[in-house]
Design a protein around this ligand. Sequence first.
Ligand SMILES: [Zn+2]
Length: 324
Amino acid sequence: MNNKSKMNSSISLDLDNQWAYMQVHGDKGWEKYPSYLNKFLPHVLEMLDKYKLKITFFIVGKDADDPKNLDVMKEITNSGHEVGNHSYNHEAMFNSYSKEEILDELNRTEEAIEKVTGLLPQGFRGPGFTRSKTLFEVLKEKNYLYDASTLPTWIGPLARWYYFRQSDLTKEEMKTREGLFGSFSEGLKSIKPFLWKLDNNEQLLEIPVSTIPVFKLPFHFSYLHYLAGASVSLMKAYLQTAITMCKITNTEPSFLLHPLDLIGGDLVPELDFFPGMDLSTAYKTELFDIVMEKFTSNFNLLNMSEHAKLIMQRKETLPIKIHN
Ligand SMILES: [Zn+2]
């Protein structure tokens, strides 16, 4: 399977459930923890199978603990995928938690995930990319292999101008797409894997979600989707730029998927308020095919732990950073 001439890339999926999206949107009813996992998981497992991909699912503890999800959740590890810890309650305030609160979140999630899938997580991703030094200390204490809670990007007027200049959009079309790139503020973070410097001379591996080297523009699937809304050829050109830049700068990407990248409003009508949910599951599947064909032909796709272990073989070469 492994092709030595290809660069490695990891691939993961944050298994955010219906209630988590409803909570962010302020929708009543999220407290009952409505779940789409029985519809989403069979669909995504089939798609991953098609490309013989074995990826990492970052699972929310609350969902692994919910009896209605158990049967479908078992299929994640039955199909050969890996599990990661995505916190217990998926709380936006996670970065302000005390050591005790973090330990409680991690332990409960591990217990629930192991009970349902038979595997223990070896990596962590914070809800909404939240993180803290206390979190890293706890992960290290618990022998986690890596953290994956950073998304290093800045995008704003300059990025928009750059990509519009390359596109065939008319002035009017540009005007209607002014919000295309949103706003982010994490542009000073490293794109390549690095080590967090911890107390007592300890270190923890960080594998950032990849953005385009140098430009630091995101290219995780939700973002590609957004571009495809403007034009599928724009999305393809953008993805090609991302891949080329990874190769030029010798950056092994870590690619991120979200459930709403792969399912449309036809499968989950309750989330039709969400951007992109007016699109059908079939259309999203077609886009996924385009992206995955590009990825599989350019990279050896690994799960997060496999990637982490390979990165740690060159530990001495990794930059060391301090979290502030
Ligand atoms: Zn999440």
